[in-house]
Design a protein around this ligand. Structure first.
Ligand code: SAM
Length: 294
């Protein structure tokens, strides 16, 4: 007999995504957020921060493959990687598939998230003890401000732009990312989604904050059933490398990297945006804010 327990994520009191729960495995308030871990019938284990679904075992592979394999298929010269956030460890797991990556620094503000995931979600966190990985438990905005020309890839694998994640969607932070990257450097950032108005405001805000800092700045899409609307984006910014022009499918395929979502055809398709998303991306607000930028 299945339990009568449900977890719901709600959007502005109008839309809900609900998952039936076997049991709540963990609940604690860190100095930064409310951390919960549930065991669900359909999606396996699930991490929730401040009431928002972060990962479920069933679909996290989509997010973590798309945040990591897209930049790595563009620049095989990536050796040193910085992850801001990423407490569940899924991005680290994907990056470690590349033997040429020498060092992964992960700057996660909340040690309790890492500890909870190491205890209850080993399917994403088991690689955090790899010798190539170094964990720093501090605010990513502070760490980034101290870096100069030392990372080939930065992944901003953060929560949404409220709570501790808010500072990671600011122009000064993205400018510091530019400074921290080497000449062929790539930044991939959590870029929210265009479908619901609550997320589209953050989607446009992120665009306005990044616009004009990097010579190359594009967004790419992926579907993620347990994220709001199931349709989400990453930003791709670089000092010169283009995600399509500099992408060599054959070179990536020769690495024999095992994936369940990412493939070279999908890489190209991820950057082909629907008309309504193009309109939002180029929307008046975006242009207005970009023109009136400081
Ligand atoms: N990998 C996840 C996914 O698939 O959606 C992304 C969420 S991950 C759990 C987000 C992490 O960002 C959280 O662990 C949170 O503590 C961390 N975070 C939020 N703000 C931060 C900041 N200012 N500096 C460093 N880490 C931060």
């Amino acid at each position: 007999m299945e339990s009568q327990l449900w977890f719901s994520e709600e959007i502005k009191g109008r839309v809900r995504l609900s998952l039936r729960i076997k049991e709540q495995l963990y609940s604690a308030h860190s100095p930064f957020q409310h951390i919960e871990i549930f065991d669900t019938y359909e999606h396996g284990r699930m991490l929730v921060l401040d009431g928002y679904i972060m990962i479920t075992e069933k679909d996290e592979f989509i997010y973590h493959e798309m945040i990591s394999h897209v930049p790595l298929a563009v620049n095989p010269g990536i050796r040193r990687v910085l992850i801001i956030g990423g407490g569940d460890g899924g991005s680290v797991r994907e990056l470690l598939k590349y033997p040429f990556i020498r060092q992964i620094d992960m700057v996660e503000i909340d040690q309790m998230v890492v500890e909870a995931c190491q205890r209850f979600i080993p399917t994403t966190s088991a690689w955090l003890t790899d010798p190539r990985v170094k964990l720093y438990f501090q605010d990513g905005i502070k760490y980034m401000a101290e870096q100069d020309n030392c990372y080939d890839l930065i992944l901003v694998d953060s929560t949404d732009p409220d709570g501790p994640g808010e500072v990671l969607f600011s122009r000064p932070f993205y400018q510091d990312c530019y400074k921290a990257l080497t000449s062929n450097g790539i930044l991939v950032n959590q870029h929210e989604g265009p479908f619901y108005e609550r997320d589209a405001v953050d989607f446009i805000k992120a665009a306005c904050q990044i616009e004009g800092i990097f010579p190359v700045y594009k967004i790419y899409q992926f579907h993620l059933p347990t994220y709001s609307s199931g349709y989400w984006f990453f930003g791709f910014s670089s000092k010169g490398l283009d995600p399509i022009a500099n992408f060599s499918p054959g070179r990536w395929q020769s690495l024999n990297i095992a994936t369940d979502y990412y493939n070279p055809e999908l890489h190209r398709g991820a950057f082909a945006l629907p008309n309504y998303v193009q309109r939002i991306f180029q929307s008046k607000i975006y242009q207005l804010r970009a023109e009136n930028r400081d």
